[in-house]
Design a protein around this ligand. Structure first.
Ligand code: URA
Length: 211
């Protein structure tokens, strides 16, 4: 899809692992492990523009100048509940990241997402945020979550998902052209029940064994 802020992260390991994530015979334990592994591989790619700063350290041999990631700690924000399933994998790579949470439900009458929980670290205005939800379906929740983050002054936001539907990519990229979106796979469409086709089913149910 031709949106400058949308990227499918293409890597043989990601594609391989995503196949087993999609497979309905993959048990809960393996599903969670694979989701974490793909989240970690994606995070490696998503953070490649992080700025570095020079520091001086001493090795057992001599003093040397080298570089570390500069700036404030990253904030990961899973959208409850399925977004939680990707956090551990990213924390393996960025253990100092802070973790905020956003809970959204869909109002039955207006069909609009309503926020029921919102907690992010203080002084978030100039931190780098990574919003997380495994499925970008209609885009409603992700758009509302970014609206909410922007409302409180957050400026640097990236959004990552495992699987995106074209409908969700269009809605999200048009609503928030300044937010980069990263997916491990782009699927065909949404079905009449709002599931991504071929997708992986209900990500929350598969992560938490609630079906
Ligand atoms: N949410 C899911 O968990 N799966 C889909 O296919 C769409 C939305």
């Amino acid at each position: 899809m031709n949106y400058p802020n949308f990227t499918v992260i293409s890597h043989p390991l990601i594609e391989h692992k995503l196949t087993f994530i999609r497979d309905l015979t993959t048990p809960k334990k393996g599903f969670k492990e694979l989701v974490d592994e793909v989240a970690m591989l994606m995070a490696y790619e998503i953070t490649k523009d992080f700025p570095l700063e020079e520091v001086e350290i001493e090795t057992p041999i001599c003093k040397t100048k080298t570089r570390i990631v500069s700036g404030k700690k990253v904030v990961l924000v899973p959208i409850l509940r399925a977004g939680l399933g990707m956090v551990d994998g990213i924390l393996k790579l960025i253990p100092s990241a802070r973790v905020g949470h956003i809970g959204l439900y869909r109002d039955h009458e207006t069909l609009q997402p309503v926020s029921y929980y919102f907690k992010i670290p203080p002084q978030s205005e100039d931190r780098d945020f990574i919003l997380i939800d495994p499925m970008l379906a209609t885009g409603g929740s992700a758009i509302a979550a970014v609206d909410k983050l922007k409302e409180v002054g957050v400026k640097n936001i990236k959004f990552m998902c495992l699987i995106a539907a074209p409908e969700g990519v269009k809605a999200f990229c048009e609503a928030h052209p300044d937010v980069k979106v990263f997916a491990a796979g782009l699927d065909e469409k949404l079905n009449e029940n709002g599931y991504i086709v071929p997708g992986l089913g209900d990500a929350g149910d598969r992560l938490f064994g609630t079906k």
